[in-house]
Design a protein around this ligand. Structure first.
Ligand SMILES: [Zn+2]
Length: 270
């Protein structure tokens, strides 16, 4: 699933091609992806609006449009936004057409992705937790988040209402880097461990953005290329393979319904 680094990469790579362009029309093939407003209103409202600026909040990509509306994309399990001028690629669920003849194809094999037009992205997304790459996200903030929760630290890290943008892959990578077992109750972490985890979260996210995101399933960049961050993964999606630190086997367990990879030797439970 695309997480913060993947959505940030899409934003960065899409922005030069779409900023300043006017939307001439949309076609939606999979109507259930449109959360709001109803289709006829959406088609009428969006046509003729200019794309002023792109943004990201958590795993949401935002097009700030002229006339005070924001278009929100959530790629969920398998979504990508591809640009092109020809026929839509297979699994395209929506097309946004621009005034220079370019189309943005919302490709989504598993059909969980969403699209919505809102008055104000900030007020709509206010339920999300802090952005982990913002300067305000300090080790102290992370400590305040963790110290009051008894849930497994892995579950806390991927809860979008607690911290925005981290999903399965980067939570596993950050916990490995910080040498913390994913099932440890969040409030059991020491100040020293929280400092390590805080640094690890930022490091894994920044490294993944530099590698243009991770293509483990169906993530593509807007030009159709894959990302390279998966090549740097040390435990995520590496079940049964050797741990790069100790040589032991990376294990897969399920934490609150999520597949979780870790090294039992480098990340002891107690
Ligand atoms: Zn290990």
């Amino acid at each position: 699933m695309p997480e913060l680094p993947e959505v940030e990469t899409i934003k960065n790579e899409l922005a030069p091609d779409v900023t300043g362009r006017t939307i001439t029309g949309v076609t939606i093939f999979w109507e259930r992806m449109l959360r709001q407003p109803p289709l006829a209103e959406f088609e009428r409202e969006i046509a003729g609006r200019k794309i002023l600026k792109l943004g990201r909040r958590g795993k949401y990509l935002i097009f700030h449009l002229s006339g005070g509306k924001d278009l929100l994309f959530h790629l969920k399990m398998s979504g990508s936004l591809l640009t092109g001028k020809g026929e839509p690629p297979k699994y395209t669920r929506a097309i946004i057409r621009l005034d220079d003849g370019t189309s943005i194809f919302f490709r989504d094999p598993r059909k969980f992705g969403t699209l919505q037009l809102v008055d104000d992205a900030n007020s709509f997304l206010c339920k999300l937790g802090p952005e982990p790459l913002e300067p305000a996200f300090t080790a102290r903030v992370l400590q305040d988040i963790l110290c009051q929760r008894k849930a497994p630290v892995k579950a806390v890290l991927v809860d979008q209402a607690i911290i925005a943008g981290i999903g399965n892959m980067y939570a596993d990578e950050a916990l490995f880097s910080a040498r913390i077992h994913p099932l440890r109750p969040a409030r059991s972490l020491s100040t020293r461990e929280i400092k390590r985890l805080h640094a690890a979260i930022r490091e894994v996210l920044i490294a993944a953005i530099e590698s243009k995101g991770a293509s483990v399933a169906s993530y593509f960049r807007p030009g159709g290329q894959t990302g390279g961050a998966q090549n740097g993964f040390r435990v995520a999606h590496r079940g049964g393979q050797p741990c790069p630190i100790c040589g032991g086997r990376v294990q897969r367990i399920v934490v609150r319904g999520r597949g979780t990879y870790f090294c039992p030797k480098c990340q002891p439970e107690a």
